[in-house]
Structures are given as C-alpha cells and as structure tokens.
Design a binder for this molecule. Structure first.
Ligand code: C2E
Ligand code: MG
Ligand code: MG
Ligand code: MG
Length: 292
C-alpha cells in the first residue's frame, strides 16, 4: 500500500513537472513567433521635471501583444527572453524603434526631449551594442546626448573591465547611461566614479511612502544627495502620490516618473498628452499677453 501511494506521488510529481516544462516550452515557442511576427510594442512613460511638471523625456517599456492571451507585461517574459537569448533581437528592435520615435517627437514637440531604453545584461555584454547604437544613430537623427540606456547595478559586477570598455565606447557616441533600480543591488559605491554613469534612478521601493516612513525616505534623501554631490542627474521612480512628489521636490530631486504623473502610454496617447500640454502653454501665454 505504502508502495502504491509512493508511486502515485512520484507520478503526480512527474505530472506537475511535465506540465510546468510544457508551459515553459509553449511560452518559449510563442516568444520565438512573437519576435518574428512583430507582436511587441513600446509604451512610453513620461519623465517629468519635478520643479514645474514639464515633460523632460520618456522611458520606453516593452509590451507583448499575444494573439490569444492579450497584453503580457515584461515581468512575464523578459526573464525567459534573457535565458533563451531572444532578448538580443528584442532589445535591438526596442533600441531602434525608441530612437526612431524620439527623432519624430523631437521634431514635433521639442528637440530637448530624451529617451531612455532598458538594456539587459546579455545585450550589453554579448551583443555588439556599440555597433547597433552607431547604426541606429546614423539612421535616426536625434539631438546629441538625448539617448539614454538603463542598466542595473548587478551588471557592473559581472565583468567590470569589459563593461567599462563598452560604456566608454557608448559615451564617445554621446549615449548616456543610467543606473536603474538604484539602491536595490549589491552596491559598491566605488563604481559611481569608475564608470561613466550620468543618472541614478531611485528604485520605487524607496520612493513609496517617501515623506511618510522615515527609514525609507532617508534612503531616497541620501541617494538624491549622493547624486547631487557627484553631479549626476537623479530620477525618482514609481511616484504614485502627491506627498511623494512633494517630498522629492523638497529634496531638489530633478526628475520624477510614476503613475501620479502618467502610466506608460502607447504612442498615440503620448502625442495627445503633449498636444494638450502645448495648447495649455499657448493659452497661458495668450492670457499673460492680454494682461500686458
Ligand atoms: P524598470 O526599468 O524599473 O521600469 C519601471 C517599471 O515600473 C515599469 O514596469 C513601469 O510600468 C513601472 N512603474 C512606473 N511607474 C510606476 C508607479 O508609479 N507604480 C508602480 N507600482 N510601478 C510603476 P514594466 O513596464 O512592467 O517593466 C518592468 C521591468 O521590465 C522594467 O523595470 C525593466 O527592467 C524590464 N523591461 C521593460 N522593458 C524592457 C526592455 O525593452 N528591455 C529590457 N531588457 N527590459 C525591459
Ligand atoms: Mg528602467
Ligand atoms: Mg527601474
Ligand atoms: Mg524598478
């Protein structure tokens, strides 16, 4: 009897494993099709100047529109894409598409707008990123210095020498580098002066309830001070509330990003927002001209 139930358990275990493996295989094969079939789109989240709320630039965020499952967020596929190496093709596409979009919006709205694109570890270390960037910048004319790449701290630890070489080559192309999710990785602050990093992005876990919880807001405050001391730009991620925005503005944190200002939007919605903003500005200018 014990034997039978033992065997049943083994079979159940096998079934669960098989099911998991199948699900993964299906997702992997779907992902391959998605790369061929252009099922990805970029959404753009505005990054605003905290001083006056104006839009300074955008972060490009990938979305997968699966023909059966609908929109799938990056948390459900980026990991698999990295494991399978599909991220290289996807990342290249995202870089070109975001740069093309930036060129268009700089012409239509403002030449100072910037675009920030997430780059995975494999992409930075394995793809010929410098060549891809060079080609992209040749194909799409943007204001120098307005393309930014977001990398995470952990990436810097893998192969520091090689990483530094790539980062310096990117810098020569006038491409800026941001450290994403800053404060959550294995921080050795020494890399902040060793690597050509231009921006720190304060992770949203430190922004959440900033101004309410003392310990968290202490971290947001110290990262802002650190950025100011090192002459780096600083962006607070994941601002959801007015109190959080106020607190960070009080610290003279330059930029903010989060649902409080805007969620990531499809391109058409960004254009509506930018048009509405410029109509507002014109109306205000007209009003003050009337008043003399
Ligand atoms: P991330 O680069 O840290 O991007 C910020 C994430 O925070 C985005 O999630 C964004 O939608 C979300 N977010 C923004 N404001 C708020 C807020 O106020 N509250 C909350 N709770 N969340 C907010 P998303 O778009 O789901 O992307 C998740 C992660 O996937 C990104 O984190 C990034 O690491 C990765 N990812 C996205 N697009 C790409 C890509 O094109 N390439 C690579 N390699 N990774 C990407
Ligand atoms: Mg990012
Ligand atoms: Mg982030
Ligand atoms: Mg994050």
């Amino acid at each position: 009897r014990a034997k039978t139930s033992g065997r049943n358990r083994v079979e159940m275990f096998d079934d669960a494993l098989r099911e998991r493996a199948l699900t993964r295989l299906r997702l992997e094969s779907d992902l391959r099709h998605a790369v061929e079939g252009r099922q990805f789109r970029l959404f753009y989240q505005p990054i605003v100047r905290l001083s006056d709320g104006s839009v300074a630039g955008f972060e490009a965020l990938m979305r997968w529109f699966h023909p059966q499952r609908g929109m799938i967020p990056p948390s459900d596929f980026v990991h698999l894409a990295e494991e399978t190496g599909l991220i290289l093709k996807m990342g290249r596409w995202a870089l070109v598409e975001a740069t093309r979009q930036l060129a268009e919006w700089q012409g239509r709205f403002s030449p100072d707008l910037f675009m920030s694109v997430n780059v995975s570890g494999r992409q930075l270390m394995e793809d010929d990123l410098v060549a891809v960037v060079t080609e992209t910048l040749d194909a799409h004319r943007i204001t120098p210095g307005t393309l930014k790449l977001e990398i995470t701290e952990s990436l810097l630890l893998d192969d520091p020498g090689r990483c530094l070489g790539i980062m310096e080559a990117l810098k020569r192309q006038d491409v800026k580098l941001s450290l994403d999710d800053f404060g959550t990785g294995f921080s050795s602050l020494s890399y902040l002066h060793r690597y050509p990093i231009g921006t720190l992005k304060i992770d949203r876990s430190f922004v959440r309830a900033a101004g309410e919880s003392d310990r968290r807001s202490a971290i947001a405050r110290i990262i802002t001070l650190l950025a100011q001391a090192l002459d780096l730009e600083v962006i607070a991620e994941g601002i959801e509330k007015e109190t959080e925005a106020d607190f960070l503005r009080g610290l003279h944190c330059q930029f903010g990003q989060g649902f409080y200002f805007s969620p990531p939007l499809p391109k058409e919605a960004v254009e509506e927002l930018m048009d509405a903003r410029s109509r507002e500005r014109e109306a205000l200018a007209g009003l003050s001209a009337l008043r003399g």
